[in-house]
Structures are given as structure tokens and as C-alpha cells.
Design a protein around this ligand. Structure first.
Ligand SMILES: [Zn+2]
Length: 321
């Protein structure tokens, strides 16, 4: 952050790394998604040129490797990185270049999900979908919608998602985080097979049934969900209940920077705070792979690898997990 700010000529509120964290990290007392999103301002400010985007993506891969990740889908919103003259194409290329180098160096599989922003004019998200479609075979695996959910229902952007689908992009939409069940209904009607978070489905049993019967996957991020107040307290998170109800749920980090989490720590939270057993956490991990947007050949190969690893780690018969 300090180096990128210096190179990009971006003024920071402080040069002290410890104090800088106050401007980058949400806490338990963060009050809403809108407040959570404010913490992205400085990271976005320093990510306005090709080398910075390449480096951030590459170093994210490095961080994922040390978090024992093998398969990753990385989401970001290209419209946030055009403030100093880059085009959408420049931005997408820069991130794909960082991903190509990073995945190779750190042994990752997966891909990039391009995120449209809810508070952008719908026509701009249509334009984003069109540009994104050109990178379908170059590492982009999906199209997403995120940002301030209240007052910006998904349906405003249905044209962009129609275009994205027609260009072969897999669809995921953030819904049921800052807005309720209606947002989830709309997201599913727009072709989303996975929802970002979706935790507020718990307010409507019909929507829960729709998710379960439709095989819709919920990619939840418990620490972030508590910070954005999608759940009132971490302990109230529906992860385990959803899993036990037969809903496809997975554990993600959301923003590793803003929430100051790793996937390992989110798995620990699922076990320690939400009461998931190791077998349940593992099932969610396998679900993340099964519901992944990368090609089937890759996922089949990784599934075998994961099963092998699990067998090796499983305690001997009679032992206690
Ligand atoms: Zn998110």
C-alpha cells in the first residue's frame, strides 16, 4: 500500500502502517455494507495503473498460496479502476496478466470473476458485460453484481446479465446481504446460479426453499457478513443451519484486506463460533470446488486431489476428528 501510493502519487492519511490499518479494516462495530465499502477507497485509489493491478493480483496469489488455497475465484469491479485513464480492457488485461503469472508461480487454479457495480448506470454495466465477454477463454470465468445493495435492486441491471449470459459467462450475483429476500428472487430470475452471501434468505422460508430446490449455491463470508450487518452478530450466522437444511453453502473471505481475514481463519470461525464439525467444513470446501466456474476437467482433477488429501489427513479408524 505504501509503495503503491508513493509510486502513484496518492496521498495517504498517514505513513504509519499500523495507523493506516484504521483506514483499511472494518471492525465488529462497522454498521452497514455502505460503511464497509468505504474501506475500499484507499486500495482503489492506489490501483489505477497497470503495474499496480498486476502486482496486487500477483501478490494476492502469493497470499492465497500461503493460505493453502489451490482453487480460487477472484472478484473485482473494473469500473473502479478507470479513474486515471485506463480503459476497461486495460484493467481486465492487467488483472489477467497478474493472475497468469501468479497462478503459475504459486500453483493455483480457478479464474477471475468480473463484477458489475449496482450503483452504476445500467448502460455502463451492459458495456462492461460486452468487454468482459471477450476474455471468456482467457481466464475470466464469471460475471457478478456487487456494491451498495439497498436502493439498487439487481433487476435494474438485467440487460447486462442477459448480455453476459449470451457471451458464455457464468452468473453470480451479490444478493441478500444488505437487502432482503426480494433481492434474492430477482438475482435468481436473472440467471444467478450462485449468490454472493445470500444470508438474508433466512428471513423468508419460501426463498430458502427456492434456493434449496433450485440448487443455488450461497457463497457466504461469515466475518464480513457480521461486519456489514447482514447478520446482527457472528454467532447468528446461518451457515451451519443452511448446510444442515441441504442448501449448498460455501465459505469465502470476501475482502481479505477490509475484513483482515484468511480462508484458514474463516474455516476456524465456522468451527469454533458457528459450531460446524470438521466434516461439515470439508463438505463446504468440496462444494466450493463442485460449484466452481472453471472448466470441468480442472475441477475433476482437483476433486481427486482433494479426496486424496482428505484421506491422508483423516484420523485413523477409532480416532476422533
Ligand atoms: Zn462480496
Amino acid at each position: 500500500m505504501l509503495e503503491l501510493a508513493q509510486r502513484g502519487g496518492v496521498p495517504l492519511p498517514t505513513g504509519d502502517l499500523e495507523k493506516l490499518k484504521d483506514f483499511l479494516q472494518a471492525t465488529d462495530s462497522t454498521s452497514s455494507l455502505v460503511e464497509y465499502i468505504k474501506y475500499f477507497e484507499l486500495p482503489i485509489a492506489v490501483l489505477q495503473n497497470v503495474p499496480a493491478l498486476e502486482r496486487a493480483t500477483y501478490e494476492l496469489c502469493e497470499d492465497l498460496k500461503s493460505d493453502h488455497v489451490r482453487y480460487a475465484e477472484i472478484r473485482y469491479g473494473p469500473w473502479l479502476h478507470v479513474q486515471q485513464g485506463l480503459s476497461l480492457t486495460d484493467v481486465i488485461r492487467a488483472v489477467l496478466s497478474g493472475w497468469a503469472a501468479g497462478r503459475k508461480a504459486f500453483g493455483l487454479e480457478g479464474g477471475i470473476i468480473v463484477t458489475a457495480l449496482r450503483d452504476m448506470p445500467p448502460a455502463q454495466n451492459v458495456a462492461l458485460a460486452q468487454v468482459t465477454g471477450r476474455f471468456v477463454n482467457e481466464g475470466v470465468v464469471g460475471f457478478d453484481l456487487a456494491g451498495d445493495e439497498a436502493g439498487h435492486p439487481p433487476i435494474l441491471h438485467q440487460d447486462a446479465f442477459r448480455v453476459a449470459r449470451s457471451l458464455g459467462l457464468n452468473i453470480t450475483i451479490h444478493a441478500g446481504e444488505a437487502a432482503g429476500p426480494e433481492s434474492i428472487r430477482q438475482a435468481i430470475s436473472m440467471g444467478a446460479v450462485r449468490l454472493g452471501h445470500g444470508v438474508r434468505a433466512q428471513e423468508d422460508s419460501e426463498v430458502v426453499a427456492m434456493i434449496r430446490e433450485g440448487g443455488i449455491q450461497l457463497d457466504t463470508a461469515p466475518t464480513s457478513n457480521a461486519q456489514t450487518k447482514a447478520v446482527r452478530r457472528l454467532e447468528d450466522h446461518p451457515l451451519r443451519r443452511f448446510h444442515e437444511q441441504g442448501i449448498k453453502v460455501t465459505i469465502s473471505t470476501d475482502s481479505r484486506t477490509v475484513s483482515d481475514v484468511t480462508l484458514t481463519r474463516e474455516f476456524e470461525t465456522a468451527a469454533r463460533v458457528l459450531g460446524c464439525s470438521p466434516a461439515q467444513v470439508w463438505a463446504m470446501n468440496m462444494q466450493a470446488l463442485d460449484g466452481g466456474f472453471a472448466d470441468e476437467v480442472t475441477r475433476t482433477r482437483l476433486r481427486r486431489e482433494f479426496v486424496d488429501v482428505e484421506a491422508r489427513l483423516r484420523p485413523a479408524a477409532g480416532g476422533k476428528a
